[in-house]
Write a protein that binds this ligand. Structure first.
Ligand code: ARG
Length: 566
C-alpha cells in the first residue's frame, strides 16, 4: 500500500476532508533530516478551528506505531513524516522482481478493442521524416494499451485513393518504365520522381490535368489495365515502406486505407441523406455545421465524387461494426484538427453515440536541421535515410566507446533507431519539435542512448555478480537518500503508464524512465554494490535488478529496444 495514501486516509478520517485533497497537499520537507513527507496543517485550520501547530501536535499521536512510518514529528504548523525507507524499498523491489515485464500491467482493458489509426502513409509519396511522430506515437500507444489489457487494433489507413493516382498513371505511361522502378534501390523515389515531373510538365501543358482526371475516372471504374498498374504502385510503395517499419519494429493489423472504403461509401451517403444530416449547396452535398461554429463538412463534390471526410466517416462506421471499439484513436498532426472535429460531429449528428469515443490524438510539427521540404519539389527527407544515418553515426560512436563490443552492428541499430524514436516521445505531443543530431545521440543527455546505457550498466553489474540470493538481502542498508529516490521513481511507473494511456502521452513514461536512470546512476556512484557483506550485496543487486527491469519495460512501451551490452 502506498504510504502516502495511508497517511491521507488517516488525516481524512481525523479532519473529515476528502483523502484526495490531502494527497495533493503533501510537500517535500526542505531537507532530508526533516523527514520524507510534510503535511502543511494550516490547510486543516479552517475546518478544525484550531491553530496549525495544535493540529500538528494532536495529529502526530494518530501515527505512533503505524507500519511504514518511523515517526511523525510536529514542527511548527507542519507534521513531518519519517518513512520506513527500507521497508518501502523492499515492497517496491519485490513487486517489480515478481512481476518483471508485467510490472504495472492490468486487465482493465480485457475484451476491449482500441483502434489506433497511425502512420497512415500515402502511396506514391515519400515516407518522409515528418511521419516519425505518428508512427512512433501510435506504436507506443498500442504497446501501452496492450500492457493495460486492451486489444489494440493497429491500422495503417493508407492514402491510396484520389486524383493523384490519375496523375501517377499518366506520368508513368509517358515517362516511366517498369524495370527501372522494380530494379531500383528505392522504387518509392522513382515513383515520386514521376509525380514531381508530372507537376513540372503540367505547368506548360495544362491539358495533362484533364488527362489525369479521366485516367483516375478509369481507375474508379476498375479498368483492368489501369487498375493493375495502380495496384502495382501500391505494392512497390508498401514493399519499400516495410523496410522503414522493420527498422522501427512497427507492425500493423490492417492496411485498409482510403480505397478500401470505395464500395462502402454509397450506403453511408444514402444514410446521411435519409437521416437528413446533409444539404445540397451549389451542387455539393455538405453537412452544415454552422451551428457548431465550423465550416461545412464536404461529403460529395459537385461532380458527385467523394472526398477525404466521406471516407473517414465511412471508415469510422466500419471500425465500429467490425471491432466494436472501446476507443477509436487517430494519431494525426494538428493540421487536421478541423477535419476530425467535422467528422466526429457528423457522426454524432447521424445519431451515433459512440462518436464520443473517437479521439483525435494530435501532435505538433517536426523540423529538421536540413530545412523544410516538399514532395512536389522532390526534396523530401526520407525517414529511412534518417534512421540509416542515425545507425551509422551511432556505429562510429560505439566503435570509439566500446571497440570490443561483439554484436556492434546490432547494438548500433538498436541505439541509433532508439535515438530517433525518442525525440518526439520526450515532450508533450502537441509541442513542435526540432530534431538535432547532437541532442539525439548524446549518451549523457536525457536521451534514449542514455537510458539504454544505464540499462546496459545494470546488466553488466548483474552479469559480473553472477547471481544473488534475495532471501539474504539486508534491506536495512537501503535506508539512504539515493536509494529512496530510485525507489520512488520506480514505484511511480504503474501510475505513469495509466496516465500515459489516459492522456495519450507516452512522454510521461519517457520522463519517468529518465528519472529512474538518473536515480540509479546516483545510487550506483554512492553505494558499493559488490559489498563484502553478502546481505548488503544481495539487497543492492536486487535494487539493480529492479532498475534494469523498470528501464527495459519503460523503453519497450516507447517502442525502443534495450541492448544488454553497450
Ligand atoms: N494519409 C493522411 C496524411 O498523410 C493521414 C491519414 C490519417 N488517418 C485518417 N483516418 N484520416 O495526411
Amino acid at each position: 500500500m502506498d504510504i502516502r495514501k495511508l497517511i491521507a486516509a488517516k488525516v481524512s478520517e481525523y479532519a473529515s476532508v476528502p483523502a484526495g485533497d490531502v494527497e495533493a497537499w503533501f510537500e517535500v520537507p526542505p531537507s532530508p533530516d526533516k523527514g520524507d513527507v510534510a503535511l502543511p496543517c494550516f490547510k486543516l485550520a479552517k475546518s478544525l478551528r484550531k491553530t496549525p501547530p495544535a493540529i500538528a501536535a494532536e495529529l502526530s499521536k494518530a501515527f505512533t506505531g503505524v507500519t511504514g512510518i518511523v515517526k511523525a514529528e510536529p514542527v511548527g504548523g507542519y507534521l513531518n513524516f519519517f518513512l520506513d525507507r527500507s521497508g518501502e524499498a523492499r515492497t517496491v523491489i519485490e513487486k517489480i522482481l515478481s512481476e518483471r515485464e508485467n510490472y504495472g500491467s492490468s486487465c482493465e482493458g480485457k475484451n476491449r478493442n482500441v483502434c489506433i489509426d497511425f502512420s497512415s502513409i500515402n502511396i506514391c509519396k515519400p515516407f518522409g521524416v515528418h511521419h516519425i511522430t505518428t508512427t512512433v506515437l501510435g506504436n507506443s500507444l498500442a504497446r501501452i494499451y496492450k500492457h493495460l489489457g486492451f486489444n489494440p487494433v493497429r491500422i495503417n489507413h493508407l492514402g491510396d485513393w484520389g486524383t493523384q493516382f490519375g496523375k501517377m498513371l499518366v506520368a508513368f505511361k509517358k515517362w516511366g518504365d517498369r524495370e527501372t522502378v522494380e530494379n531500383s534501390e528505392s522504387p518509392m523515389r522513382e515513383l515520386v520522381a514521376l509525380y514531381v515531373r508530372f507537376h513540372q510538365e503540367a505547368e506548360a501543358h495544362p491539358e495533362l490535368e484533364d488527362e489525369a482526371r479521366a485516367t483516375f475516372r478509369s481507375i474508379e471504374l476498375h479498368d483492368p489495365e489501369n487498375w493493375a498498374l495502380y495496384d502495382w504502385f501500391k505494392e512497390m510503395t508498401l514493399k519499400e515502406a516495410q523496410r522503414t517499419y522493420d527498422l522501427l519494429g512497427v507492425e500493423f493489423d490492417s492496411y485498409n486505407g482510403e480505397a478500401f472504403y470505395e464500395d462502402k461509401m454509397p450506403a453511408v451517403i444514402e444514410e446521411l441523406k435519409e437521416k437528413g444530416v446533409t444539404t445540397v449547396d451549389n451542387g455539393m452535398t455538405i453537412v452544415d455545421l454552422s451551428a457548431y461554429n465550423m465550416p461545412p463538412c464536404l461529403i460529395l463534390k459537385s461532380n458527385g465524387g467523394t472526398i477525404y471526410p466521406t471516407r473517414d466517416i465511412t471508415a469510422a462506421i466500419y471500425r465500429k461494426n467490425t471491432y466494436d471499439f472501446y476507443k477509436n484513436l487517430y494519431v494525426v498532426a494538428y493540421q487536421q484538427n478541423l477535419h476530425f472535429r467535422q467528422v466526429f460531429k457528423t457522426l454524432e449528428l447521424m445519431g451515433y453515440d459512440w462518436a464520443k469515443d473517437c479521439v483525435h490524438v494530435n501532435f505538433g510539427m517536426i523540423s529538421m536541421p536540413e530545412g523544410t521540404f516538399s514532395t512536389r519539389k522532390g526534396n523530401a527527407i526520407y525517414l529511412e535515410d534518417v534512421l540509416v544515418k542515425a545507425i551509422e553515426k551511432t556505429g562510429a560512436i560505439m566503435r570509439e566507446k566500446s571497440p570490443d563490443l561483439e554484436n556492434m552492428d546490432e547494438v548500433a541499430r538498436q541505439v541509433g533507431v532508439g535515438a530517433v524514436i525518442w525525440g518526439p516521445l520526450y515532450s508533450s505531443r502537441i509541442k513542435d519539435f526540432t530534431f538535432s543530431w547532437d541532442k539525439a545521440l548524446n549518451f549523457e543527455g536525457e536521451t534514449a542512448p542514455y537510458a539504454q546505457y544505464t540499462h546496459a550498466r545494470c546488466c553488466s553489474v548483474l552479469r559480473k555478480a553472477d547471481g544473488y540470493d534475495i532471501e539474504k538481502a539486508a534491506w536495512d542498508c537501503l535506508d539512504n537518500e539515493s536509494c529512496a529516490a530510485l525507489v520512488k521513481a520506480m514505484s511511480a511507473l504503474p501510475a505513469t503508464i495509466e496516465s500515459a494511456a489516459e492522456k495519450y502521452e507516452p512522454y510521461l513514461i519517457s520522463r519517468n524512465v529518465i528519472e529512474i536512470c538518473s536515480a540509479f546512476n546516483k545510487f550506483y556512484f554512492e553505494n558499493r554494490i559488490m559489498d563484502e557483506d553478502e546481505g548488503v550485496r544481495a539487497a543492492r543487486l536486487a535494487v539493480t535488478d529492479a532498475a534494469r527491469t523498470a528501464i527495459k519495460l519503460g523503453l519497450y512501451l516507447l517502442g525502443i529496444e534495450a541492448p544488454e551490452r553497450m
